[in-house]
Design a protein around this ligand. Structure first.
Ligand code: GLY
Length: 382
């Protein structure tokens, strides 16, 4: 990235107050930058709030996503340090849990698919253990008695994304970053091919660097030469309340067509549908039915639990399901940190470290080098 001036206290404007924008802002403010974050609504209340917080680089590794795995593993390894630093600074818990994650299967087809995924993931060097149905039920006694096999990933866990979002807000305040909420960015101020600030209606906010971290809304920010190919991918989710004295589940469990995430406060999250419906924010009967049916097949005791909440989130999906991290291909002074799709919570620590380093030094961390915005232009030209 060309940094025409590298001032002692660079002014950075971040578009988007989700976990990505807030984590970048925190890291930059820690390094002495002057940071302003602008959110169209309330910081931490979009995809950051909607997520389940799974840190599941291992069991979420899918064919076609091999290139993404090193980034996910590196960020997962940074989560304990990131969480501890946040908790010490703010005095707030973020609910990091490291007891491992279980994937389960019941029918013959499901077991075959589980076996194929397990072999693919082991082939990538991931440390996973094949379990018999009995061994899976030893870890989680309330699983469906018909559970026939499982895979255990000791390194995959979870963080409470809502708590992490709340802690990041406080961390920003403590490090002197400013959060501006309910603000629409109406354009980028561009002077001779370089972004020199943000336009908010009648006002211009000068900045040495602008970071675009607006998640599913990233391509809608006006004034971009080539808006990033990021679209909303709708997910419906719900939660139930477990009996804290005798919780129905203690590990994150992936079952066919759903995942189940137990929180320390007894909340059991069930996720998630994957729908190409734009920014539609409706819960539907079909969505709830699909979630509950899949959860009930894996863990029949859910039928007794009170319903706590239902919500919709919008993943920032990119054309190749990988994030866009690095300098804008078309405009100097603009840095992209968007398109995290299913991995926004997982990738927050490495995104924050790498993007703050890029903004402050102009250096592209090798971890994010494969995920530059230019890859789409290269694909078009080929
Ligand atoms: N990472 C889980 C989801 O996108 O639903």
């Amino acid at each position: 990235m060309t940094l025409l001036h590298r001032p002692d206290k660079p002014r950075v404007a971040i578009i988007g107050g989700g976990i990505i924008g807030m984590a970048i802002g925190w890291r930059l403010a820690q390094s002495g930058a002057s940071v302003d974050i602008f959110d169209r609504a309330t910081a931490g209340q979009g995809a950051t709030r909607a997520a389940a917080g799974m840190l599941a680089a291992g069991v979420e590794a899918e064919p076609g996503e091999q290139r993404l795995l090193p980034l996910c593993l590196e960020s997962q390894a940074r989560w304990p340090g990131f969480a501890a630093e946040l908790e010490v600074l703010t005095g707030l818990p973020v609910g990091l849990r490291t007891e491992g994650t279980l994937v389960v299967a019941s029918t013959r087809d499901e077991v075959e698919l589980l076996r194929a995924n397990y072999e693919f993931q082991r082939g990538l060097g991931l440390d996973l253990t094949w379990l018999s149905g009995a061994a899976a039920k030893e870890k989680e006694p309330f699983l469906n008695p018909r559970t026939a096999a499982g895979v255990f990933s000791a390194k995959d866990g979870q963080v409470d994304n809502r708590l992490a979002g709340a802690a990041l807000r406080v961390a920003l305040e403590k490090t002197g970053a400013r959060l501006h909420e309910g603000v629409d960015v109406t354009g980028l101020d561009v002077q001779t091919g370089r972004v020199t600030g943000l336009i908010l209606g009648e006002r211009t906010i000068p900045a040495d660097t602008v970071v675009l971290a607006a998640g599913a809304w990233s391509r809608l920010i006006p004034g971009q030469a080539s808006p990033p190919p990021v679209r909303p991918v709708k997910g419906q989710m719900m939660s139930l309340s477990m009996d804290l004295g005798n919780p129905l589940l203690t590990h994150v469990v992936w079952a066919p067509k759903c995942y189940l995430v137990p929180r320390a406060d007894g909340t059991l999250i069930i996720g998630a549908t994957t729908e190409e419906k734009g920014f539609d924010a409706q819960m539907t009967a079909g969505g709830v039915l699909a979630l509950l049916d899949a959860a009930w097949r894996a863990l029949p005791g859910v039928e007794e639990l009170p319903v706590k909440e239902m919500w919709v989130g919008h993943r920032p999906g990119c054309r190749d399901d990988a994030p866009i991290l690095g300098p804008s291909a078309g405009l100097d002074g603009l840095v992209l940190a968007t398109g995290h799709h299913r991995n926004g919570i997982l990738l927050a620590p490495i995104t924050a470290d790498a993007i703050s380093c890029l903004v402050l030094t102009g250096r592209v961390d090798p971890h994010i080098a494969p995920f530059g915005a230019g890859r789409f232009d290269a694909a078009r030209a080929a």
